[in-house]
Design a protein around this ligand. Structure first.
Ligand code: TYD
Length: 197
């Protein structure tokens, strides 16, 4: 099973990914918790270029994230799924759809097509989308990267973008109210997962 967490910067998804890993591991499942670029060298370098590099156009951003994702799927995610592990990934294709596809205006279909091509069509079985008011989320991140420095205008667009994606892919994306204590959110995530499996 392939599970992803999505949300704007500061939504708490990394905490939730970790809590889910712990809960599933406690049930005796093999869990691989990962986040892009997942330790692949090309992925690290591509990601570093986007987040710390020069100004670039939206398609360059999308292509670099896609390159990172391609390596991550080939070397980390697919091998884990093939040996029967549960993979929990902090951000995946929906990040590109929200940030590059909608917030940057490249179009969901075009960015989805690129991502399906580079991942061999691998989409998550379920995606938990953590929704939090962008102003609250902005107070949560410590060292902002290039995208976070673009500030609330981008973050508000990203929030709206994720809500649009949840409507477009209702069978896959489960929206969760992230303005609650982490343990409460974790319980909901775990319950929703059990309902689906
Ligand atoms: P990341 O470090 O995963 O964000 P966070 O620490 O908030 O989880 O990602 C860094 C930034 O890159 C974040 O602002 C989201 C953005 N991003 C995209 O724009 N497209 C993508 O495909 C991915 C994976 C991330």
């Amino acid at each position: 099973m392939f599970i992803t967490f999505e949300g704007a910067d500061g939504s708490g998804k990394s905490t939730q990914a970790e809590l889910l890993r712990e809960a599933l591991a406690a049930e005796g499942r093999e869990v691989v918790l990962t986040r892009e670029p997942g330790g692949t060298e090309l992925g690290e370098r591509a990601r570093d270029l986007v987040l710390n590099g020069p100004q670039m156009g939206a398609w360059a951003e999308a292509a670099l994230f896609a390159a990172s994702r391609a390596e991550h799927v080939e070397h980390v995610i697919r091998p884990a799924l093939e040996r029967g592990a549960v993979v929990v990934c902090d951000r995946y294709v929906d990040s590109s759809l929200a940030y590059q596809g909608i917030a940057r205006g490249l179009g969901v279909d075009a960015v989805l097509q690129l991502n399906l091509a580079v991942t061999g069509g691998l989409l998550p079985d379920v995606t938990f989308l953590l929704l939090l008011d962008p102003d609250v989320a902005a107070g949560r991140y410590d060292e902002p990267d290039r995208l976070e420095r673009e500030g609330t205008a981008l973050q508000a667009k990203v929030d709206a973008a994720y809500r649009e994606l949840a409507e477009r892919f209702p069978e896959r994306i489960v929206a969760v109210d992230a303005a609650r204590p982490p343990e409460e959110i974790a319980r909901e995530v775990h319950d929703r997962l059990r309902e689906r499996s």
